[in-house]
Design a protein around this ligand. Structure first.
Ligand code: BTN
Length: 268
């Protein structure tokens, strides 16, 4: 099937008046090193709040924990935007969870079922990774400035699967003729709205949403980090965005590591 390229004006036209008021610039790059890196560079010399950068391909796409993020040309959504945040830096912890809720709402608005979230930043489709979120701090003086990067597989899932040798999900397998421009606008719209909600209402209402989408909620998981592996039952997230695990030693909160499912039976 022919690839539908992203068109900046089409994406802008699909956005609400509210989101358009915040928007200062929206560009689609045919190729770039990394949309996050591009905005981080720009943030040192200019205001990046409302600047949105899409790329059809990235030569040095970046994932969490220094990993490479593959962006097959025209077969994913790779977007970053700059956002000023009206919150103190001490409250930024749950931001990647908030962005995940926004992406899940966007997919829901397009009729894509089977979406789940994995702590801290994975977008899952029927249990396999369909996308991720990478947030970087560009400025800690008030206002706080962040670069929010989102990657989603839309047609290039097979290539990513083959090159990385891991199971990945692809949104275009779920919806026939999924328009990348419509998806791009929906993601921006819902993620922006979720962040504004977070700034105005705090994390409590979004935390409930996140736990409702949490693919591992009340399931046995293993949390691995460089120095330890901990088993427990995932009990949701704290108000500061940490993962809550019920372990043999009691309830503990974790701010880093990689979660995997240990067994898939539900625990009440
Ligand atoms: C992860 O799951 O590890 C996070 C992946 C984030 C990928 C996106 S694609 C757009 C933006 N630019 C990057 O270099 N990374 C993010």
């Amino acid at each position: 099937m022919a690839i539908e390229l992203l068109v900046a004006q089409t994406i802008v036209d699909l956005m609400s008046a509210d989101t358009r008021r915040w928007l200062r610039e929206l560009k689609v790059h045919d190729e770039i090193d990394s949309t996050n890196t591009h905005l981080m560079r720009r943030s040192s010399s200019e205001t990046i709040d409302g600047v949105v950068c899409f790329a059809e391909s990235q030569t040095a796409g970046r994932g969490r924990r220094g990993r490479t993020w593959l962006t097959p040309r025209g077969q994913s959504i790779a977007v970053s935007f700059g956002k000023n945040l009206a919150i103190p830096v001490s409250e930024i912890g749950p931001l990647s969870l908030v962005v995940g809720v926004g992406v899940a709402r966007a997919l829901d608005s397009l009729g894509i079922a089977g979406v789940g979230l994995k702590w801290p930043n994975d977008i899952l489709l029927e249990g396999a990774k369909a996308g991720g979120v990478l947030i970087e701090l560009a400025g800690i003086a008030q206002p706080l400035v962040v670069v929010i990067g989102i990657g989603l597989n839309v047609g290039g899932g097979n290539e990513v699967r083959e090159r990385l040798g891991i199971p990945v999900a692809d949104l275009s397998d779920k919806v026939a003729h999924l328009s990348r421009n419509t998806l791009a606008a929906a993601v921006l719209e819902h993620v922006h709205a979720a962040i504004v909600e977070f700034e105005q209402m705090g994390f409590a209402p979004l935390r409930e949403r996140w736990e409702g989408l949490h693919a591992h909620q009340h399931r046995r998981v293993v949390l691995s980090s460089a120095n330890e592996t901990i088993e427990g039952i995932a009990r949701g997230v704290s108000m500061t965005g940490e993962l809550i695990l019920e372990t043999a030693a009691g309830i503990s909160r974790f701010s880093g590591g990689e979660v995997s499912l240990r067994a898939d039976q539900r625990v009440c």
